[in-house]
Design a protein around this ligand. Structure first.
Ligand SMILES: Nc1ncnc2c1ncn2[C@@H]1O[C@H](COP(=O)(O)OP(=O)(O)OP(=O)(O)O)[C@@H](O)[C@H]1O
Ligand SMILES: CC(C)(CO)[C@@H](O)C(=O)[O-]
Ligand code: BAL
Length: 286
């Protein structure tokens, strides 16, 4: 039996040959990396991927390397059969879903990609090692699939920043494309982890996007005013446990102060019950 790494490479090579036979001289391979439990946010990434190239590959792998010892690795939702069926309905047939043993035959990866300073802030501060694990697996996926383009969601804004920086720092020949956050009608950013929320917790979780809405409303008064507006929504909200609320420069991911003018990204992370959620909004501060 061939392993899924050998298999996906052969299937991508076949897809290239088929596209060339149809007269497409240099078909572009577009990779959408995911951890599965697919929702409409993932499918938006797939729709973007289809616009960016002729051969779309979706990877589904819950990467142990990016989970801390007390995080939700074992509980993380795994719905592979439903995911593959949903992708087939979207005309995506190249799904790379390796086992941990295929990705880490030695049980671990001694060689890692490190995220540097930004990897220790915000998500990285609460989840030490998370971004090294994430960049290491993304790097492996890039080597396995050899995509021309890779698509990531802006919901994981720090991740997108770090992947773009890795590609630049290491001269990886992949174009990284970001996709805007897909939200439910009530404003909650779609996330696989939303499946963990009870009805009440889901209602409480709406305060994250409400805080970002308030900040956006005040963006013309500067960074401090935007942060204060967000805090006024969060203050006294006992049903969530705020991890961070901060404004960063999208070019550097460094925190910005009230003198900052131009684009700033407001980041928020909070625990709702036992579920940790993140969200963000790009503001134009003046
Ligand atoms: N609501 C969303 N809008 C846009 N992109 C999204 C959204 N949710 C996830 N993505 C993107 O999909 C890709 C795969 O993410 P992942 O499989 O971890 O799903 P997730 O919903 O972010 O799950 P998690 O609960 O782990 O945060 C990432 O690039 C992520 O940013
Ligand atoms: C990019 C990724 C698939 C790497 O495991 C993961 O971090 C995710 O789903 O965002
Ligand atoms: N969606 C980012 C992957 C993670 O939380 O581990």
């Amino acid at each position: 039996m061939t392993d899924s790494i050998t298999n996906i490479r052969a299937r991508i090579a076949d897809a290239r040959r088929e596209a060339e036979a149809r007269g497409i001289s240099s078909p572009r391979v577009v990779l959408v990396p995911t951890m599965g439990a697919l929702h409409d946010g993932h499918l938006r990434l797939v729709d973007e991927a289809k616009k960016l190239g002729e051969i779309v590959v979706v990877s589904i792998f819950v990467n142990p390397l990016q989970f801390g010892p007390h995080e939700d690795l074992s509980a993380y939702p795994r719905t592979l059969d439903a995911d593959v069926a949903r992708l087939a309905e979207h005309d995506v047939h190249l799904v790379f879903a390796p086992t941990p043993a295929e990705m880490y035959p030695d049980g671990d990866a001694s060689t890692r990609v490190t995220a540097g300073e930004v990897g220790f802030t915000f998500e990285g501060r609460t989840r030490p090692g998370h971004f090294d694990g994430m960049l290491t697996v993304v790097s492996k996926l890039f080597h396995i699939v050899s995509p021309d383009v890779a698509v990531f969601g802006e919901k994981d804004r720090q991740q997108l920043f770090l992947v773009k920086r890795m590609v630049k720092d290491l001269n990886v020949p992949v174009e990284v494309h970001g996709v805007a956050i897909v939200r439910a009608d009530d404003g909650l950013a779609l996330s696989s982890r939303n499946a963990f929320l009870s009805e009440g917790e889901r209602r409480s979780a709406l305060v994250l996007s409400a805080a970002l809405d308030a900040a956006e409303f005040s963006q013309s008064s500067g960074v401090d005013a935007a942060l204060a507006a967000a805090h006024s929504v969060l203050d006294g909200e006992t049903s969530i446990d705020l991890d961070y609320l901060a404004a960063v420069d999208p070019e550097t991911f460094s925190p910005v102060d009230d003198t900052h003018v131009g684009q700033a990204v407001l980041l928020i992370a909070a625990r709702v019950g036992t579920t940790r959620l993140i969200d963000n909004r790009t503001l134009a501060v003046s």
